[in-house]
Design a binder for this molecule. Structure first.
Ligand SMILES: [Zn+2]
Length: 482
């Protein structure tokens, strides 16, 4: 580890100073790489010839098909070579490739920086959005975006004014007094910055009445989901009480909003499930779920987004050199990727969160096992990365899908967790217009070079990403894409 230096702290303070001046502005901070762009004049129709189609519902791959995209929709599917080529149609040879729906990250954070926790920086949010697309992620659920323009950004992306995956946003978090993420922010930011950030990041509620007020405020802002934090970080921290939790979920329902819960241990899962939340947006990661509790959790009938990638990332922090994946090398600079292996000593953050990191390392053997047993009891798993420090946008969803596979999901099931099942969850039971390759659905597609149902790693072997019928031009960093 490098020795603590004054310059590190000076740099930190400078960056945070810049942060304060820039908060709420998309144009501030270091510019991220371009990675993807739209062609200047995309063709009106796109025909992918002789491509195999992965039916994510059945998990079957149908060989040799033609796929016609018109506007932002899938217009027709036929046998290979059967669809006529109309004027103006761009034809792509899909031989050897497999097409599947664009991926869905059910726990993304579009405004969080992926660099080390000890090097805070203002992220280039639009570059983050492009990184998701580069990795084939065309829809995200952001369960916590405290920036003042979170919902405006969501709408700008939906209109096509900003290039990015479609965003479902929970906006500002609702937590208990002093609950997560308050202590983490206090540990990372100087008091003057905490003073500015804290009221904006989360509504801290201490009673059912305050909970109802906070939910009404989120509903008025127009969020897609209500995000409740039901976890203690650090371990001796505080948590929202059960009465406030129940009041929040009930109020959300009155406002036609579904509540989702960040949880940590079995108690959190039971309390939030009992209060009626619609999903757990983390797994139980702080303990092994007793066998006798598995059925009780499954009986809530709600999905779980385990976010295994983020826990592994923190458990490995500074324990061994970080091994970047190929996709991470393509979206992040070598310098950024290497910066995780050395932290300045004496960081207050690492001191205060040391026990938390140690807990993660101890609990690691239980994560996959909890997921496996919950699934066997009927709990639907959804893929989510929890993008943040060490968890790179888009690329980390591929890590998560691999970890879900390790936890017992077949490759096809892990892909379904990142496509159709997630789409159904996001649309609240309505048949979604995305998340499956079918005529009439949105032409948000990922085209890969090999069959990912045979080898899950093939999901990262990307040939093309299509967003709303437009084939994106992808340029990795290594190829000068900065
Ligand atoms: Zn999160």
């Amino acid at each position: 580890m490098a020795s603590p230096t004054r310059s590190t702290w000076r740099r930190l303070t400078q960056r945070l100073g810049i942060a304060l001046l820039c908060l709420g502005s998309l144009s501030c901070g270091e510019k991220g790489p371009e990675l993807v762009r739209r062609p200047s004049s995309p063709p009106p129709a796109l025909l992918v010839r002789h491509v195999a189609i992965l039916d994510v519902e059945s998990g079957r791959v149908e060989p040799d098909r033609d796929l016609l995209l018109k506007g932002d929709r899938i217009a027709a599917i036929g046998l290979g070579g059967a669809l006529p080529v109309e004027r103006g149609t761009e034809v792509i040879d899909g031989a050897g490739a497999v097409v599947l729906p664009g991926l869905i990250d059910s726990h993304a954070h579009v405004t969080l920086h992926s660099g080390p926790v000890w090097e805070p920086a203002i992220p280039d949010v639009e570059a983050t959005l492009r990184a998701y697309l580069y990795a084939g992620v065309t829809t995200v659920l952001d369960p916590g975006d405290s920036s003042p323009d979170a919902l405006e950004r969501r709408d700008r992306v939906a209109r096509g004014d900003v290039l990015g995956p479609r965003i479902y946003s929970a906006g500002k978090l609702v937590t208990g007094p002093g609950g997560h993420p308050i202590p983490m922010i206090e540990a990372t930011a100087p008091w003057w910055l905490s003073w500015y950030i804290l009221p904006r990041v989360a509504a801290q509620v201490d009673s059912p009445e305050q909970a109802r007020e906070a939910v009404a405020a989120r509903a008025a802002e127009g969020v897609d989901f209500l995000k409740l934090v039901v976890d203690r970080i650090p371990e001796d921290g505080t948590r929202i009480d059960v009465a406030s939790l129940k009041a929040a979920v009930e109020a959300a329902r009155e406002h036609d909003l579904r509540a989702i819960a960040h949880i940590g241990n079995v108690r959190d899962a039971l309390d939030s499930g009992g209060a009626g939340v619609s999903a757990w947006v983390h797994a139980v990661y702080k303990e092994r779920i007793p066998d006798e509790t598995i059925g009780q959790l499954a009986s809530f009938g709600i999905p779980m987004v385990p976010t295994l990638a983020v826990w592994h990332s923190y458990a490995d922090l500074l324990m061994k050199p970080r091994q970047p994946t190929q996709l991470e090398r393509e979206i992040a600079s070598a310098e950024l990727l290497a910066s995780f292996d050395q932290a300045p000593e004496g960081l207050p953050l690492l001191d205060s969160f040391g026990p938390y990191l140690e807990m993660l390392r101890q609990q690691r053997p239980h994560w996959g096992d909890n997921v496996r047993r919950l699934r066997e009891a009927g709990v639907t798993m959804l893929a989510g990365s929890d993008t943040q420090s060490g968890v790179f946008p888009g690329a980390s969803l591929h890590r998560e899908i691999g970890l879900l596979h390790e936890a017992g999901l077949s490759p096809a099931e892990a892909i379904r967790a990142a496509t159709l099942d997630a789409a159904r969850f996001l649309t609240g039971g309505d048949e979604p217009s995305f998340g499956i390759v079918q005529v009439g659905k949105r032409a948000d597609l990922l085209i890969v070079n090999r069959d990912p149902t045979k080898d899950i790693d093939a999901l990262s072997d990307i040939r093309d990403v299509v967003l709303g019928g437009v084939r994106l031009i992808r340029t990795p960093i290594a190829a000068g894409g900065r």
